[in-house]
Design a protein around this ligand. Sequence first.
Ligand code: G4P
Length: 468
Amino acid sequence: MDLSKEIKRRRTFAVIAHPDGGKTTLTEKLLLFGGAIHVAGAVKSNKIKKGATSDFMEIERQRGISVATSVMGFEYKGLQINILDTPGHEDFAEDTYRTLSAVDSAIVVIDAAKGVETQTRKLMNVCRMRNTPVMVFVNKCDREGRDPFDLLDELEKELHIKTIPLTWPISMGSTFKGVYSLYQKKLNLFFSQDKQHMDKDVVEISDLASPDLEKYVDKFADKLRDDVELLSGVYPNFETEDYLSGGTAPVFFGSALNNFGVQELLDSFCDIAPYPRTTLTDKRTVDPFEEKLTGFVFKIHANMDPNHRDRLAFLKICSGTFERNKAYLHVRQGKTMRFSSPSAFLAEKKTVIDEAFPGDIVGLHDTGNFKIGDTLTEGEKMSFKGIPSFSPEQFRYIDNADPLKSKQLAKGVDQLMDEGVAQLFVSSLNGRKIIGTVGALQFEVIEYRLEHEYGAKCRWEPIALHKA
Ligand code: G4P
């Protein structure tokens, strides 16, 4: 297998959005285009529905979905595309931040009516810190939205990134006519689904002055002409290099629900999105084209099957070729490990693989050896940097509520901490254990999982501490 060729055809990215922005819908449409799924509705939303925060079935359902959709891989135009899923609930934002450490680029979804929202801002901060290239998809143009110029201004101001529109909406909401591709000079017409139409969807318009424009977008033609003139004065030409260095974000308009503008987004993504880049370790920078394998664990999923104490560690490959049954060094533990059934995630299935390449995510069965952030190499002692460890904001004492189950409790707490659900501290004053989390929901999750997966019972006691 030609390593260099394999690396260059890999695109590993995440779709990020504020809850309800349209992340699930867009992901599903991308998978439909990629042929990875065949019917709409196959990708389940992994957000915890509003008002259901204490519904533990919902938590379990979400965990089930998130293991199934953690990585969605498919082939498109000769490229191997890996979409990494991120959780929908903001109390699980840490999971999202860690996932962002494993992607080479991101697509940010914005609701055209709501603009930049809290979660968008936070997630973009992480992308900016890592210079992750981002593309923006302004979604829901079929609904009354904000003025697109205002939206771009807001994106620049709030997300601290230069934007360059590559498509431009012609009206929005009930009079939404479609988008004009500023670079291909094509009009992509929108017909809402209930209307039958005979016209072509895409028309070449090399000269916007042409009276043909009126034929397609009637009274919005002049507005489009004015907008495009204004845009050409305000925005410089799009340069792929500026996007790749994380300096500018190309912006697309559309409607994921109506499958509109998604193909343009995906095609542009394939043209410009980066293949795996270099990764920083505590010792040196790792180049994906190096022959020896390196990779790090960015996510751990435990106990999906209550009958088996199985855990799945998600390894992002940073360099070299990963091979089944080959000996690798688990750097933190200083021990050699082999993996007889590493899995890849293609379409809707998890399959055992013999090899994998930089950009790929491999699922490793784990009996408790891995922690988030662990590095695997072929012998070199180094650790990957930049896997965010969060600073907890809420704290509670954790006490054992069932004296006969103290071992189970200790084990459960240890394993959940390895998974990165929360952080464990010990009070230097009284030796009591303190759990620190980002959101209040995690306490409920921990209590529920300790009971259902480890047979242990815990009790919480408030503690007057905030933000570490
Ligand atoms: P999320 O994963 O980012 O949280 O968002 P999700 O895709 O679940 O979308 C949130 C809601 O927005 C959904 O409606 C979805 O149908 C709707 N939506 C997504 N894209 C568009 C679009 O382009 N136009 C319009 N008009 N709506 C869009 P819902 O009622 O919350 O859920 P559902 O019952 O439709 O699944």
